[in-house]
Each structure stands twice: as structure tokens, then as C-alpha cells.
Design a protein around this ligand. Structure first.
Ligand SMILES: [Zn+2]
Length: 501
């Protein structure tokens, strides 16, 4: 486990963004050989930060952030949002955390569950307790793919990082960054993240360079800056927090209040503790000789399409856990017809979180031409922190890019893949149409509302854009298989866009 951190610790080339931002590229950090023990360094920093007795700490802030993993183009920065509230509660004694936020879009393009630009604020509420993560929606809803991020945020927080350094046998180094003497504490929380904590001459945690596993990217770099420390009733806490994930900003907030010593209810709800990925298959093309199954049962759906001698899967979402369950269901439904292709609706991380899983099974991934080079790089990146299905596989995978339209045919079945053009949600946004069955499969362009909901007063721009694309390609859609929510007939979509009764 100690080996892992060395790729972040040793040599200037391996320095993370924190070190790079402080050091001109030509002047690598100097490492001096004689250092104090980790215990001494931690003790000194805890005394300076008043944190020896900090078992819990809550702060609230305002500022800006981004929707991580929801870029408009695969390589563009994460879409900007504004936080009217960003509050975290760290409970170190119980290994628990909460995050409450209120946010609006600050730019029209890109994904995420945040309402479209100018259409309102979204409140989010997330929890962590031990190895469980969940979101209040408003009832507790298990979110396994948030576990790593929240464990990372709890134990790379200013006071949490010192505790984690003590618990995980940190290695001390002395470095000079931008003519400033810094002490670093390098450690790995096995299977979760590796971190280098920078402590400045005043004994404050100035920042953290870390690496954590991402379902899409494998090992992913994160940098967190803690600036402008202030005294909050004897405890020092940064008044500005900035963070960058996978090379793009995710957070820049000003802290307005800090409370110490209020513990958090760390009880894990039964629904979260007992959560298991559940894939519910419903036939979507009754009466056909070749089947189509809507695979639901979670926050993200997939669709299995039977061909003459193989199968095509639309979407492997979220993470290995969900996508392995989806692939297992496909095998159960069509034992004699192996899945050969996985069509990815678009590059957003929630929809692409199982592409590494699909690659581990040696499948051909079909995505937009815009996302092809991005995924080829991401799939080649190792996942050393917590080896995933891909890391354990020697299967050969490949990525095919689609621009405009691609048709797959076999026997009596035709599958058409189209690019949804001019969407604010994403570029390289694909939909799948089965012309014989008049079925349209799409993600995020249209998620059905409540059954029998009336036409909204303000029509949704994503819905309208989808209607334009359906028309432009002369698709005769009778049924929608959305990758979020329910399977619905065209009449329901028409009602949502103000057409039909
Ligand atoms: Zn999306």
C-alpha cells in the first residue's frame, strides 16, 4: 500500500497540481534528507490548528462550483454552478459526513441534475457513514458510487487529513515550494485514496494532492487548496476552499461560519444498508421474433437488443457494481447470444461509468466520434488504487466513434444510432432508434414526469430539442425507452411538448 503513494510523492514529474501550482516547472521541489517523525509533524500541526480535540466540525460557505463529470464536450471544463449555500459537517469520531447545498447553473451548457439555466435552484443533501453513502431525495437513497468521493472529502479536510495521516502511517518529507518550506505527509487509505498533505511554516494544512479511483477515469487526481486561515473560536479553519478534479475546477467557496463539536447522526438507514443493485427486465417489443428488454430498477436504465446471433446493449451506467449486474441480466435473458456492442448515449460520467466494465468483458464500445479519443485515453489509464473489473481483465476492447448516423443490422433487426444535434446538454449526444418497432432510446433529453402530468407552463428546452431531432430524422416514434424513469408511449412525450391532448 505504501508503494501507491510513491507515484505521487517521488520526483518532481509526479508532483500533483498543488505542488505544480506553487513551483515553477523548472524548479523541482527540493527534498532534504533529515526530517522529523510523522507523529511530531502531526502534533505540531494539530497544536497550530487547535484541532487535537476536534471530533467534529461543521462549516457553511457560498461561492462557485461545477457539476463534476458533466462536461458539455468530453474535454471541456465541468459546467459552472453558483452555490447560495455549501455546507459540510465532518464527524471524524464516527467517520461520517453530510453535505447540504443549494445551487443554480451559471452557464447554460452541460449536464447534471441542476435545472436548466434560469429555471430554478436545486437543493442537494448527501451523507456518508463508514462505507455507506446515500442522498436524501428526500428519503434516503443509496449511492454507492459516492462512497469514495465522500471518504476522500472527509479525510482530506484540514483537520481530517491530520487524523488520517496519523492513522495510516504517513511518510514525512520536507520540500521547498515557491521558496516556502513545507512539510508533507504522504499516506494511503487502502482502496480509497492516496494523499500528500502540505503543511506550511505556520503549521497549517495548506493543501492536499490526492489520487482516488474513478469509475470512468481509473486513478484520478484531485487537488484541494486551503487558504486564508481564520480563527473560529480557537480552531483555525480556511476561509477559502478550492478544489480541482481531473484537471478542472470543481469548487471555490468562501467559508462564513464554522462550528466545532456538534456530532452527526451516523445511523445508516436500513434501505441503504440493505441496498443491492437490482435489474428489472421488461419486454418492450412484444410479439417480435427478436426481443428488446428495458432494464430498469435503479436510477439509470439500460436496454438489451437481440440481434440474429448476438446482442447489443444500450448503456452501461454508473460503476462496475451496476454495470456487472446489467451484463449478468443480459446473459440470463439471452444465454446463447453474447453482448458484442455497448452503445453509450453520451460521455457524462453517470452514463459512462460502466464503460470500463464493458471493456473488461472485451466488448466494442460505440460512442460519439467526439468522445472516442477521450474514452480511449480513459480506458488505457490504470486503476491502481482499487483495481476494477478492467484492471483484472486481459480482454481486448475497442471504441467505435459515430458522427451523424450509424446503422447496425442483423436478420430482421435494424438499430439506428443518431446524434442529437444542438442540445445544451452535451455535444456527441446519441439516441438509438429501432425503426421496425418504432422505439426510441434516449438519455437526459427527455425523462418522463409523473404519469398524466399536464403540459408544463414553460416547455423544457431539452424536450423541444429532442422533438426537433426526431423530426429532422423522420423518426416515427411510438414508444420511448428513456435511460432515466419509465417506459412511455409517444402520447406522453407529445403532451410534455405541448402537442396532442
Ligand atoms: Zn447527461
Amino acid at each position: 500500500m505504501k508503494k501507491l503513494i510513491f507515484f505521487a510523492l517521488s520526483g518532481a514529474a509526479a508532483l500533483g497540481a498543488f505542488a505544480q501550482a506553487q513551483t515553477p516547472a523548472a524548479t523541482p521541489a527540493k527534498v532534504t534528507p533529515k526530517v522529523e517523525s510523522a507523529a511530531k509533524v502531526i502534533e505540531r500541526a494539530q497544536a497550530a490548528m487547535g484541532s487535537a480535540m476536534v471530533n467534529s466540525l461543521a462549516f457553511s460557505a457560498t461561492g462557485t462550483g461545477t457539476t463534476f463529470g458533466q462536461a458539455y464536450l468530453p474535454t471541456s471544463p465541468w459546467p459552472k454552478i453558483t452555490y447560495s449555500n455549501f455546507a459540510r459537517h465532518y464527524d471524524y469520531a464516527n467517520a461520517a459526513m453530510s453535505e447540504e447545498a443549494a445551487r443554480v447553473r451559471a452557464e447554460p451548457n452541460g449536464g447534471g441534475a441542476v435545472p436548466l439555466m434560469g429555471t430554478g435552484e436545486q437543493k442537494t443533501s448527501g451523507r456518508l457513514s463508514g462505507d455507506f453513502a446515500w442522498n436524501m431525495t428526500p428519503t434516503p437513497s443509496a449511492s454507492p458510487r459516492d462512497v469514495d468521493g465522500r471518504i476522500h472529502d472527509l479525510w482530506t479536510s484540514p483537520h481530517g487529513a491530520l487524523r488520517a495521516a496519523a492513522n495510516y502511517n504517513a511518510i514525512v518529507k520536507k520540500v521547498t515550494l515557491n521558496k516556502q518550506a513545507m512539510t508533507t505527509l504522504g499516506f494511503t487509505v487502502p482502496g480509497r485514496f492516496a494523499a500528500v498533505v502540505y503543511i506550511n511554516a505556520r503549521g497549517m494544512v495548506a493543501g492536499v494532492d490526492s489520487v482516488m479511483p474513478s469509475p470512468v477515469l481509473g486513478d484520478m487526481s484531485v487537488t484541494t487548496w486551503y487558504d486564508d486561515y481564520k480563527d473560529f473560536s480557537g480552531v483555525k479553519f480556511p476561509s477559502r476552499i478550492r478544489q480541482e478534479m481531473a484537471g478542472h475546477p470543481t469548487l471555490d467557496v468562501a467559508v462564513s461560519s464554522v462550528q466545532v463539536g456538534t456530532s452527526l447522526d451516523a445511523t445508516v438507514p436500513d434501505a441503504v444498508r440493505n441496498f443491492k443493485e437490482n435489474v428489472v427486465a421488461t419486454s418492450a417489443a412484444d410479439g417480435n421474433s427478436l426481443g428488446v428488454w428495458f432494464l430498469a430498477g435503479g436510477s439509470h436504465n439500460s436496454v438489451l437488443i437481440e440481434m440474429a446471433d448476438h446482442a447489443v446493449l444500450v448503456e452501461t451506467p454508473l460503476y462496475d457494481g451496476r454495470s456487472l449486474a446489467v451484463l449478468a441480466k443480459a446473459k440470463e435473458l439471452l444465454p446463447a447470444k453474447p453482448v458484442r456492442y455497448v452503445i453509450n448515449s453520451h460521455h457524462h460520467f453517470d452514463h459512462a461509468g460502466g464503460l470500463r466494465t464493458a471493456a473488461s468483458a472485451g466488448l466494442t464500445l460505440v460512442t460519439s466520434q467526439a468522445a472516442k479519443p477521450y474514452f480511449e485515453r480513459a480506458l488505457a489509464n490504470p486503476n491502481r488504487l482499487r483495481p476494477d473489473a478492467l484492471a483484472a481483465s486481459s480482454a481486448k476492447w475497442s471504441v467505435e466513434g459515430v458522427s451523424g448516423k450509424r446503422v447496425m443490422t442483423s436478420g430482421v433487426r435494424t438499430v439506428e444510432i443518431y446524434e442529437i444535434k444542438d442540445s445544451v446538454h452535451a455535444q456527441g449526444f446519441m439516441m438509438v432508434y429501432l425503426p421496425l418497432e418504432k422505439i426510441l432510446i434516449e438519455a437526459d433529453a427527455y425523462t418522463p414526469g409523473a404519469p398524466n402530468a399536464p403540459t408544463p407552463a414553460k416547455l423544457n428546452d431539452n424536450h423541444l430539442n429532442l422533438a426537433v431531432n426526431i423530426q429532422a430524422n423522420s423518426l416515427q416514434v411510438a414508444r420511448f425507452l428513456p435511460l432515466h424513469g419509465r417506459m412511455v408511449d409517444a402520447a406522453e412525450f407529445n403532451r410534455a411538448i405541448g402537442q396532442g391532448q
